[in-house]
Design a protein around this ligand. Structure first.
Ligand code: PLP
Length: 331
């Protein structure tokens, strides 16, 4: 896919493992389907998670442009903000995080624990924006201030989901294809959570550029409503594929399910709580309450209803520090 042309730093050991979840298969009494997970939560830097794949390309670009400060946005408990802080520290850049209170919570664990605790430990400068502020606009205003002080900022919006960031998941598609060849199987369905769309869009662009079927990718939206998620994921998949020299992505290539989002981003659902508990009790594995928990609830429902067959791959995207911000939901 010609990814050598894009500057990139190394933030984790690839490939991340693919493992089979036989205890959950047994718990569901599966016949005719096998369940595997790709462990994108198993990354050594900053607590790990999917944002490190995007940050390899984003920091690569920032460093090539001579930038010294990484400015980005997110919700108060953003995993992307936490991993931006860790990755910037690792690469010797400063990080400035423009955070908004999108989730209506004001208990101490949400305000101060989980990712909030870690942002501070990684030495990031954290700006808490008043509710209703456009965070990306605020990030550009902050970048102007930094430039006036003689610094060189690199700005990227929520989730690091620019086309350059999404390249991280285009290369993950190549990684999955290589693992399939090694394992001697082909996943019929590859499932991810969809927040800022970069993970799904990058996988689609990567599959398309390998002339593989992007319809193997299915996401569960946890942030945008379905129609907006479809529109934005398609646009980003197209832009990412264009960076790779590819053609326009057909709207049919984008498969998104809106059934697990619940009331809103960051608001627990019963199905999410059950999915997080099942993963913990049957397999001893942790998934997060905002993204993977909701998406995995969709995986379990689809398997139970026989909608997914053959070999199914769920991408574990990390975010487990978020569990510590959701103590009241699990109490
Ligand atoms: C950000 C995130 C996602 C979703 O990825 P997007 O590229 O934003 O759609 C999934 N899981 C976790 C844990 C995340 O932090």
């Amino acid at each position: 896919m010609g990814r050598q042309q894009f500057p990139r730093v190394t933030l984790f050991d690839a490939p991340t493992p693919i493992q089979r979840l036989e205890r959950i298969e047994a718990a569901l009494g599966l016949k005719g389907a096998r369940l595997f997970v790709k462990r994108d939560d198993l990354m050594g830097l900053g607590g790990g998670g999917n944002k490190l794949r995007k940050l390899e390309y984003l920091l690569g670009a920032a460093i090539e442009q001579g930038c010294d400060t990484f400015v980005t946005t997110g919700a108060r408990q953003s995993n992307h903000a936490r991993l931006s802080a860790a990755a910037a520290a690792r690469m010797g850049l400063k990080a400035e995080l423009m955070l908004t209170d999108t989730v209506p919570r004001d208990d101490p664990s949400y305000l101060h624990n989980g990712n909030q605790l870690l942002d501070g430990l990684f030495g990031a400068t954290v700006h808490h924006l008043p509710r209703g502020t456009n965070a990306l606009t605020a990030a550009h205003v902050r970048a102007d201030e930094l430039r006036a002080e003689g610094r060189k900022p690199y700005v990227v919006g929520a989730g690091g989901s620019s086309p350059v960031g999404a390249l991280g998941y285009a290369s993950c598609a190549a990684e999955i294809r290589a693992q399939e060849a090694e394992m001697g199987l082909r996943f019929e369905t590859i499932i991810v959570a969809n927040g800022s769309h970069g993970t799904h869009a990058g996988l689609v662009a990567g599959m398309a550029s390998a002339e593989d079927d992007p319809r193997r990718i299915l996401s569960f939206t946890v942030l945008a409503e379905l129609a907006e998620a479809e529109r934005e994921t398609l646009a980003l998949a197209h832009q990412t594929h264009a960076l790779l020299g590819g053609w326009e992505i057909h709207p049919d290539a984008i498969r998104i399910d809106g059934s697990q989002r619940g009331e809103a981003y960051g608001i627990p659902t019963e199905a999410m709580l059950a999915a997080v508990r099942l993963m913990a009790r049957a397999e001893g594995l942790l998934i997060d309450p905002v993204y993977s928990g909701k998406a995995f609830a969709g995986v379990l429902a689809g398997l139970a209803e026989g909608r997914f067959t053959g070999d199914v791959l769920f991408v574990m995207t990390g975010g487990t520090p978020g569990l510590y911000a959701y103590q009241p939901a699990f109490a």
